[in-house]
Write a protein that binds this ligand. Structure first.
Ligand code: NAD
Length: 560
């Protein structure tokens, strides 16, 4: 149950070098929790919703206040336990243990249905944590823009010989994650048309620099894309509309897209997807009055949208599911061949997983943009991946910060460890104004079991085995993450996924260097082992070449 009282407050993380908690070990999760709810970052902070339909940072405002109070008082030999967004106790642990351990939205197999979850949520017993919302590591659309860029570039490589110029992508949804698509598309070289039901979301993306233009009609939108192509440019355009209806209209016209996907929050048919023919006001009302009817109507519209996506595919256009489980929803509404188009992980990302590449994001707790500028410049000398420099240069000129300044990039095992250690060294040397948080998205190769997404179509058929995210979470805990989380249902909805996340604070200490090297290296290792075990040759090679290593032994960092 969400408390309606005191829900107008504005939450923003503290800035600067002074701790409001007893140490950076607890200050870091505190600032990151608050940053998740910063109005620049969260989609609906009044209701503690960060992104992804109803992905929340805390169960309710009372729980939020108690988490904040506890983090301010705790010592570095204690660990706060969070059960679905609610603090439930503090344990006596030790300096290398996580300061916070979070479990969100987990249900026992047979009970893991949306219906059971919704009922438990109504009773105030559970919360949907999405991926980075309930684990306090969301950094706005920029957290996903790198991965979205990688997906589009790989699609360009596979279907258009590596050149997306003159091409255009059709998609739906400009929410917390989906809002990254227009910018990522233009950075990758193609135009993007995004269909979004809420005008306010379009305005928000234009304001934050993720979307360039809004068109009043579909005809105007297509004309803008046509003109950009004639100028040899890429443009991103948003239109207000229902994705299912607009996709059907485009199919009837003579200007077809070159790539098709969708990022409405289809995984949550009650809170994330608006049925065709409904106004926003009707949807809000019906969700309260008739949840069952609303879910049915949403799924029926999803079936229409997937039917349109299949029709694009039949015309030879590459179509992919962008991780929102829309194919499953359509299947449940009678579209038997809904899975005829692939998911993005299986089609474009898994080869990177097998090379051990996974996300690395870093956040300046000082709030200083300069800290990201100097750390980015330093990491260009540390990260061996040649494409890193190009990405950072593009990011600096195109990606606006939301909340605490941060950056992200996908890196292999060695680069992640080297980057983490370099950041810690910079904190120790006083080159940044305050400690840095090192973390990642939950979307990674070893930390998610999601048979319609991250683990779809595994070589050995192990798609639904959820041991891997459990091992991943345990490894983060054993390695000394500052906080860690184990979630259910993120990305694709209740019953469809299990996943884990972590964050480490680089406070410049020798102990932090050891923890960071262990956590990042072991996180990548679990991912590589998971794919090697499933029979991927490349992963086995990466495991032989890169796993079991002790980089912290040779790491140099100044001693006080
Ligand atoms: P969100 O709830 O913040 O935004 C969803 C948007 O879709 C909203 O702005 C909503 O108005 C719009 N929408 C809903 N129904 C619509 C319709 N019929 N037509 C047009 N617009 C409609 O969600 P989000 O954080 O942007 O996530 C979107 C989806 O992507 C989720 O299912 C999420 O789980 C998934 N996801 C994908 C990735 C990835 O890397 N691909 C990562 C995380 C999450």
């Amino acid at each position: 149950m969400i408390s309606k009282k005191a829900n107008q407050r504005i939450v923003r993380a503290a800035r600067g070098p002074e701790c409001t908690a007893r140490s950076w070990q607890t200050e870091a999760p505190l600032r990151m929790l608050m940053n998740n709810l910063d109005p620049e970052v969260a989609e609906n902070p009044e209701e503690l919703i960060v992104y992804g339909g109803r992905g929340r940072a805390a169960r309710n405002w009372e729980a939020f206040d108690r988490i904040v109070g506890t983090l301010r008082e705790m010592s570095d030999e204690e660990t706060l336990l969070i059960q679905s967004g609610k603090p439930v106790g503090v344990l006596k642990t030790h300096a290398d243990a996580p300061r916070v351990m979070i479990a969100n939205s987990n249900l026992v197999g047979k009970w893991a249905t949306t219906e059971v979850f919704d009922e438990l949520e109504r009773q105030g017993l559970i919360m949907f944590g999405q991926m980075t919302a309930g684990s306090w590591t969301f950094i706005g659309s920029q957290g996903i823009v790198g991965g979205t860029f990688e997906t589009f570039v790989e699609a360009g490589r596979q279907h258009f010989g590596g050149d997306l110029s003159g091409k255009w992508l059709l998609t739906g949804g400009l929410g917390g994650m989906g809002g990254a698509q227009p910018l990522a598309g233009v950075m990758a070289g193609c135009s993007v048309l995004a269909v979004e039901m809420r005008a306010s979301r379009i305005a928000r993306r234009i304001e934050s620099g993720y979307l360039e233009r809004q068109a009043e009609t579909l005809g105007d939108a297509l004309e803008m894309i046509r003109q950009a192509k004639a100028r040899g440019e890429a443009v991103s355009v948003g239109i207000v509309g229902n994705a299912a209806e607009v996709y059907e209209q485009i199919l009837e016209g003579d200007m077809l897209p070159d790539l098709v996907t969708d990022q409405t929050a289809a995984h949550d048919p009650l809170h994330g997807y608006i049925p065709a023919g409904w106004t926003l006001a009707e949807w809000e009302k019906q969700r309260e009055n008739d949840p069952t009817g609303t879910i049915k109507a949403a799924k029926a519209t999803m079936a229409r949208q997937v039917r349109a996506m299949l029709a694009f595919r039949d015309r030879g256009i590459p179509v992919f599911d962008y991780g929102n489980n829309i194919r499953q929803m359509a299947l449940e509404s009678g579209i038997e061949n809904a899975f005829d188009f692939p998911g993005f992980i299986q089609q474009y990302i898994r080869p990177q997983f097998c090379r051990g590449r996974t996300q690395f994001r870093w956040v300046a707790l000082s709030g200083e943009v300069e800290d990201i500028r100097v750390t980015s410049a330093e990491l260009k000398n540390v990260v061996k991946d040649q494409a890193f420099t190009r990405w950072i240069d593009m990011a600096e000129s195109r990606i606006k910060f939301q909340g605490l300044p941060s950056r992200s990039y996908w890196m292999g095992l060695q680069d992640r460890v080297a980057a983490g250690l370099a950041l810690n060294r910079m904190v120790a040397e006083g080159k940044v104004a305050a400690p840095i948080v090192v973390t990642r998205d939950h979307i990674s190769s070893g930390s998610v079991a999601s048979p319609n997404r991250e683990s779809e179509g595994m070589l050995d058929g192990s798609d639904a085995i959820a041991d891997w995210p459990m091992l991943n979470a345990l490894s983060a805990c054993a390695s000394g993450a500052t906080w860690m989380s184990l979630h259910h249902g993120g990305g694709v909805g209740i019953g469809y996924s299990q996943h884990a996340g972590f964050a480490c604070v680089a406070d410049g200490s020798e102990a932090a260097a050891r923890r960071i090297a262990r956590v990042l290296g072991n996180d990548s290792s679990v991912a590589i082992f998971r794919h090697a075990d499933a029979g991927y040759e490349q992963a086995a090679k990466t495991a032989r070449d890169e796993c079991i290593w002790r980089p912290y032994e040779s790491a140099t960092f100044p001693r006080a």
